[in-house]
Design a protein around this ligand. Structure first.
Ligand code: CTP
Ligand code: MG
Ligand code: K
Length: 181
């Protein structure tokens, strides 16, 4: 697979994991997952992790994967690249894993004394990727090892932080996000 094909494949595979956090930002609010509970004097997760944001984010990502499956043949022809199709389990695992990775990061942020919205460089940019990849691997190991080559994984680890910084900066500028990270 050449570099262009690997790049297209990487973005295709990760779109269902890129959408959830952005959808959660738009949908956020309502009951926090931790129900307001604290651990050692700090919130377990904080008000930034809500049931609604998590549900809407996961659903949005899964719908994107469904849409990509339907577009597969035409996109493959247009781009000249054979694109992977998402099995049902992966179609849920990618967005749900992304949300769980983000929630796990908030847990670590609170334990390390960071308030809601405080930056955690590195973790903020990669938490959802690690969560998405881990859950997809668990959900469909054979499909995962076939779809994600070492090159594709490498590209994901480089491109994701760049896309994350860019989309969050845009979300901040247009006023839908409180901080640019
Ligand atoms: N959000 C949500 N539920 C989630 C993730 C995000 O409702 N599972 C919404 C919240 O309104 C949140 C916003 O999206 O404030 C931005 O997400 P994020 O930056 O991840 O949360 P922060 O508010 O920065 O909180 P934290 O410090 O815990 O990351
Ligand atoms: Mg934040
Ligand atoms: K985050």
């Amino acid at each position: 697979m050449d570099l262009f094909a690997s790049l297209v494949t990487a973005i295709w595979l990760m779109l269902p994991a890129y959408i959830p956090n952005n959808a959660a930002v738009l949908a956020g609010g309502g009951r926090p997952i931790d129900g307001g509970r604290s651990l050692g004097g700090r919130r377990l997760l904080g008000d930034g992790k809500t049931w609604r944001g998590t549900a809407v984010g996961t659903t949005a990502g899964a719908l994107v994967a469904v849409a990509l499956n339907r577009l597969n043949a035409s996109a493959a022809e247009l781009l000249g690249v054979t694109l992977p199709a998402f099995p049902l389990s992966v179609l849920v695992a990618l967005p749900l894993g992304a949300m769980l990775g983000d929630i796990g990061a908030s847990f670590l942020k609170r334990r390390s004394g960071r308030e809601r919205g405080a930056p955690f460089p590195g973790v903020d940019q990669l938490d959802f990727v690690v969560g998405a990849l881990a859950l997809a691997l668990l959900a469909a190991p054979n499909w995962f090892l076939d779809a994600f080559s070492a090159t594709v994984l490498g590209i994901i680890l480089v491109v994701t932080p760049l896309l994350h910084v860019l989309t969050n900066a845009i979300a901040y500028v247009i006023g839908v996000k409180d901080e640019p990270w």
